[in-house]
Design a protein around this ligand. Structure first.
Ligand code: PLP
Length: 393
């Protein structure tokens, strides 16, 4: 049986897979099983931030694997401690890290910290967490309930109590009560449609929450790891959250999730844990990714890539105003709103046939999450293919 047949027979049908099988890649290029080449404007949904088959990450992983892969969190793990140092130092915040394996798991950790904080701080037990409409926080039972999208709550109940959805940042205040322990937001909603929040509103919210001793959790699973041009979107928005969650882009393709918090003594030994979290493999990958991207930012190359990509995207948008209504996003987390949502899947399909991979977000957004290390040549080639793809419509 070929891959497609095996998948159909043995893998649960939870994904509507595109009909392509990639077999190798290099930076922003992918090759499929028939030898066709593609430019990847998706980076595996923001995961391979340093590109496919990154030599430095691969070398670091291979070296580590020849020594030790896993010992459990019962013992010290040098690369985990180093990864924590790199993440905290890059953030500029006075925080500590907990390591898990995914974005949803990182958010679960954040919710546990907020709930324990709410239980132990003050006389009234505080448990409510306010999240936003159109948010996305993961696929576990708790994080789908934290996600402010009704379609995600169709099955699987009963859910944990205590999640309340605000229509927007400015509506959060009216929902705060004596039982509220935290507010959890994405600064740029990813899955919801590449929707950046207003900076002044976010700063006002952060200030308000601080004055009320309510925690601000920023879900940076998609925005973190230099995706928005700085290490964290929180750095771009110039706020100091109490808890930050990370995953997608910081492991270079190796599964990892992180909760960072300034609340260093809320959780104690036994309150939380993970078998795999931050093991030698994933933590080594994260250390190398952090080094690569730290140097890439410092040298000005990240900013140059952000500028170049956005200039090309703006040109593409201007040339196709018949199809798109606006250009949205920050850094290398970008989107184009399509005029007619029905055209979105054919754009993505035509793009694939013309050799460029793009994503959908929300109902009507064509989403771009290229590797941060994408070259000018790769960007040029991707937009050339995308232009031919559009001309078929
Ligand atoms: C992808 C994503 C998640 C979920 O991450 P998983 O690794 O799939 O569990 C959570 N929050 C945001 C903002 C995301 O983009």
């Amino acid at each position: 049986m070929n891959t497609k047949e095996l998948d159909k027979k043995y893998v649960l049908p939870t994904y509507a897979r595109g009909d392509v099988e990639f077999v190798s890649g290099k930076n922003a290029r992918l090759m499929d099983s028939e030898g066709k080449e593609y430019i990847d404007f998706t980076s595996g949904i923001g995961v391979v931030s340093v590109g496919h088959a990154n030599d430095r990450v691969n070398a670091a992983i291979c070296k580590q694997l020849s020594e030790v892969t896993h010992t459990s969190n019962l013992y010290y793990i040098a690369p985990q401690a180093r990864a924590a140092q790199k993440l905290v130092e890059a953030s500029g915040y006075d925080m500590q890290c907990f390591f898990g394996n995914s974005g949803a798991e990182a958010n679960e950790g954040a919710i546990k910290i907020a709930r324990k904080f709410g239980e132990s701080d003050g006389e009234v037990k505080r448990y409510k967490i306010i999240t936003l409409q159109h948010s996305f926080h993961g696929r576990t039972i708790t994080t789908i309930k934290a996600t402010g999208q009704e379609v995600m709550h169709n099955y699987f109940g009963p859910f944990p109590d205590g999640f309340v959805y605000a229509d927007s940042i400015s509506d959060v205040e009216s929902l705060l009560d004596d039982h509220t322990c935290a507010v959890m937001i994405e600064l740029v909603q990813g899955e919801g449609g590449v929707q950046p929040q207003n900076k002044d509103e976010v700063q006002a919210l952060a200030k308000l929450l601080k004055s009320k001793n309510i925690l601000l959790i920023v879900d940076e699973v998609q925005t973190g790891g230099y995706r928005t041009g700085k290490f964290l979107a929180s750095n771009v928005y110039e706020i100091e959250p109490d808890i930050v969650t990370l995953a997608k882009g910081i492991g270079g393709g190796v599964p990892i999730g992180v909760v960072m918090t300034s609340l260093k003594d809320v959780l104690s030994a036994g309150d939380h844990g993970s078998t795999f979290g931050g093991n030698f493999l994933s933590a080594t990958a994260t250390c190398e990714v952090m080094d690569i991207l730290g140097e890439y930012e410092k040298s000005g190359e990240l900013e140059a890539t952000v500028t170049y990509f956005n200039t090309k995207l703006e040109k593409f948008y201007s040339a196709h105003r018949n199809l798109f209504t606006s250009k949205v996003g920050i850094g290398l987390m970008c989107g184009l709103r399509v005029k007619n949502a029905d055209t979105l899947s054919s754009i993505i399909q035509n793009a694939k046939e013309n050799g460029v991979m793009v994503l959908k977000a929300g109902k009507n957004t064509l989403r771009f999450l290229p590797p941060l290390t994408i070259t000018k040549e790769e960007i040029d080639e991707g937009f050339k293919s995308l232009t031919s793809a559009i001309n078929f419509l």
